[in-house]
Design a binder for this molecule. Sequence first.
Ligand code: SF4
Ligand code: SF4
Length: 586
Amino acid sequence: MPRIAVINRDSCHPKRCSFECYRYCPRVRTGDETVVMEERTNRPIISEDLCTGCGICSHKCPFHAISIINLPRELDGRCVHRFGPNGFALYELPIPRTGRVIGLVGQNGVGKTTALEILAGRLKPNLGLATVATSKQLNEFFKGSELQAHFKEVERVKMVYKPQAVDALSKVVKGKVYNLLSEADERGVVRELIPALELGDILNRDVRLLSGGELQRLVIAAASVREADIYYFDEPSSHLDVYQRLNAARTIRDLAGDGKAVIVVEHDLAMLDYMCDYVHVIYGQPRAYGVVSSPRGVRVGINVYLDGYLKEENVRFRREPIKFEVRPPKSRVSGREFFSYPKLKKSFKDFQLEVSPGGFYTGDVVGVVGPNAIGKTTFVRMLAGEIKPTAGKLESKLTVSHKPQYLKSEFDGTVEAWLHSVIGEFDPAFEPEILQPLEVTPLFERNLGELSGGELQRVAIATCLGYPADLYLLDEPSAYLDVEQRLQMARVIRRVIEKREAAALVVDHDVLSIDFVSDRLLVFTGEPSRKGKTHGPHEMRDGMNLFLRDVGVTFRRDPQTGRPRANKLGSAVDREQRGRGEFFYL
Ligand code: SF4
Ligand code: SF4
């Protein structure tokens, strides 16, 4: 059985430990060199040839930096890339197919982006060896697979890559939206894409002034107007509302319709389902290793991922399957109403918001749905007393803790220092109830500035919940989180709100996350950037129907897992559900 020893370099702190990995290794004690300390860095290197896999070092390391992993025999010799000795290892690769959209689904940190970068020629694979693999080695490694031809042609094949983090692009790309798109328009499709991705209103805007959602749509359009054989999209849904996600999914699908090969990494399962033909499940242990499974049809592939068991490979990669309820949750609101607000209005020069009367109960988690730029943040700022309504009066103001949609990491210091700087001394329950389930504790020693999008998101949620408040506003907490982390995030929010007898408003565009976390729904409708109106908070069924009728999409349920699947507009199921007025729950 192949075995790998992986040392997470971010968690290994040789200055703060007693070299337990070296001192307790039974092989070292008998005098061999299973663990040696590298002279330059004073960090350990574990010899995978000598290691017996006893796991003592992994248990003894005070920072849990070591993983000793026994892999299935079939993976022997199938490592496509390794980030140095004892580094992250990726096994196998997804296969691009002409005229098809291929999806990659899996936890964060198991190598989805690495797989894309290797296929796109941005990262040269080393096949687990010390040097970059030669063409001959790659040819031999992928012999008999479609990837053999891919790597033969990799220098000649034209590829376009949409990166995961679009927020940073506004700092490096300059110019007006229309100029950028028309200059990149090699396929002559810019006129079709402008309405399809709702870019009409921002064509004359400078890229530096765009919001995250606008940037995301611009970058998807900029990738799609280019002429290429293979298109890669890394998380195209982030910062987009439900309507925009479906439009982006259609744009990506159309590329395959034009005979292009497309590969997409995406955590929004409804969107993945809507646009892909096949799915590769990537499983493994985050930051240690990842294995790309063989492709499956999109429905089966997503179900296998939720089930946590790959039958053909005989691999169980999660103990429990993820299941969905097809009926709305029974009202979990049982607390007292602790805050109510009357009819309110807020007018700005170009934007009007109308708020219908409502209130919050203790332990109430209210999902907030609606398009971007429709007044959600304005509403919360009024509740917090930061801005005054133009009409209507709020009798009291709430203490609000706010996690913004866009995350900044300008703080110069560690995650632990950041948390203390905002929250002060930690409450005894903070660590077991918030930090541990959100997996923030292992990030304590890392600098805030070097965290990935998903890590920064978890820290931001913990920061928001760690602060004592009456009302918690979490704006798009699911962005950059994988499906399991979204479930965990929903559990943590619910537990904290119930225990503190507070209330939470959770703004999200992922219908699965909204379904997991909410007791009730506050629906915003209107015209983005012009006028907005609130409806509710409503019971989940009424809220979802109101919201999805406005978006114009119905969801059926997968019979095996209960997960929501977006119906094709005008299909028999879509028409039947519209007729019954049931857009989401059955
Ligand atoms: Fe210390 Fe753990 Fe690093 Fe070994 S792996 S040097 S025990 S922190
Ligand atoms: Fe030594 Fe056991 Fe760790 Fe291998 S797993 S390095 S043999 S302590």
